[in-house]
Design a protein around this ligand. Structure first.
Ligand code: NAI
Ligand code: OAA
Length: 344
């Protein structure tokens, strides 16, 4: 008797697993080379993390593997992806995990992706600013974005690598050069500023951070991070001392601790937008006409094509208006630095 189609498929998969012909570096098992599809669940999105073996990349990979919106998860790095991929791939959730190691595998990592998340590059050491990372990370982001424009030009890109205030401009220039630029699809990740703002404001108010929403606008470094405490929801008022304390703590939170939770939260919001959910609003650093600068972080509505609507700043307090001027001055320099890196 002939085995059923399903049994035949299972036997083929088992045989491929037991007899790996030419193991490829960076793939966690021969099952992954069979182009197998995630079983069960919604159709899901194909997500690549570039820099997946790093401090942000690894926990982010774990969080994406448990996200039911993800059907395929590609983990790319220049080191250590085989181990990380093996680890993540053993989790009993739906997404199929594949690992890719080194530049030669970048194109395979990117082909067919719906969402590309980029935490690749060097992080700050104590005493450094995010701008101090420009020298190394600018080139890394350029190479990765060249790959994106070639292999998945319609993917949504979540850019985490610092300095975000410059790397978003770098990515935009690379995409423009390649003729693939869609401003709605390029999003600098500033969610961590919002997550911190919600947490610190909730601490001051003595409420649950999940019930608090603080818009954070501008950019993602020092004074360019501008929490709009006058627009906190639910409405709350703060003393001048509280405003100084909160603004300073939110602007400098990155020197306390960095974390992947916010990156995962933002990626999840992008996928819910892609799926067509209504009313998905997050802060992000995007191409914008809210100010005279070409990029600016404000609340944006995420939809099927990325950042579909960019909300204005709303009424600002005097303190926030002064902060906005400082933020714009530094932001303009960071954005120009990114643009000239590619145009030079
Ligand atoms: N936007 C945001 O809210 C945040 C941004 N960051 C930034 O994210 C970046 C990564 O931070 P961590 O994960 O802590 O650093 P990390 O050093 O732990 O990890 C970075 C990873 O990138 C990889 N990498 C280096 N060059 C690469 C290349 N050419 N292609 C692919 N991967 C490459 C490294 O091998 C490493 O695994 C830093 O620039 C950091 O400042 C970090 C936290 C929050
Ligand atoms: O501060 C850093 O170096 C990393 C980062 O962007 C953050 O944690 O907000």
């Amino acid at each position: 008797m002939q085995p059923s189609a399903e049994v035949a498929q299972r036997l083929a998969r088992l045989s491929a697993h037991l007899n790996p012909e030419h193991p490829q570096v960076g793939e966690s098992s021969s099952l992954m080379r069979n182009n197998c599809r995630a079983k069960g669940g919604a159709p899901g999105f194909k997500v690549a993390i570039l820099g997946a073996a790093g401090g942000i990349g690894q926990p982010l990979a774990l969080l994406m593997k448990i996200n039911p919106l993800v059907s395929v998860l590609h983990l790319y790095d220049v080191v250590n992806t085989p181990g990380v991929t093996a680890d993540i791939s053993h989790m009993d959730t739906g997404a199929v995990v594949r690992g890719f190691l080194g530049q030669a595998q970048l194109e395979n990592a990117l082909t067919g992706m719906d969402l590309v998340i980029i935490p690749a590059g060097v992080p700050r050491k104590p005493g450094m600013t995010r701008d101090d990372l420009f020298k190394i990370n600018a080139g890394i982001v350029r190479t990765l974005c060249e790959g994106i424009s070639k292999c998945c030009p319609h993917a949504i890109v979540n850019l985490i690598s610092n300095p975000v205030n410059s790397t978003v401009a770098i990515a935009a220039e690379v995409f423009k050069k390649a003729g693939t630029y869609d401003p709605k699809r390029l999003l600098g990740v500033t969610t961590l500023d919002v997550v911190r703002a919600n947490t610190f404001v909730a601490e001051v108010l003595g409420v649950d951070p999940r019930d608090v929403s603080v818009p954070v606008v501008g950019g993602h470094a020092g004074v360019t991070i501008l929490p709009l405490l006058s627009q906190v929801k639910p409405p709350a008022s703060f003393t001048p001392e509280e405003i100084n304390y909160l603004t300073d703590r939110i602007q400098n939170g990155g020197t306390e601790v960095v974390e992947a939770f916010a990156a995962s939260k933002f990626a999840d919001a992008c996928m819910r937008g892609l799926r067509g959910d209504a009313g998905i609003v997050e802060c992000s650093f995007v191409a914008s006409q809210v100010t005279e600068l070409p990029f600016f972080a404000t609340r944006v509505r995420l939809g099927r094509s990325g950042a579909e609507e960019i909300f204005p700043l709303g009424p600002l307090s005097e303190y926030e208006r002064a902060g906005l001027e400082k933020a714009k001055k530094e932001l303009a320099e960071s954005i120009n630095k990114g643009i000239s890196f590619i145009r030079k």
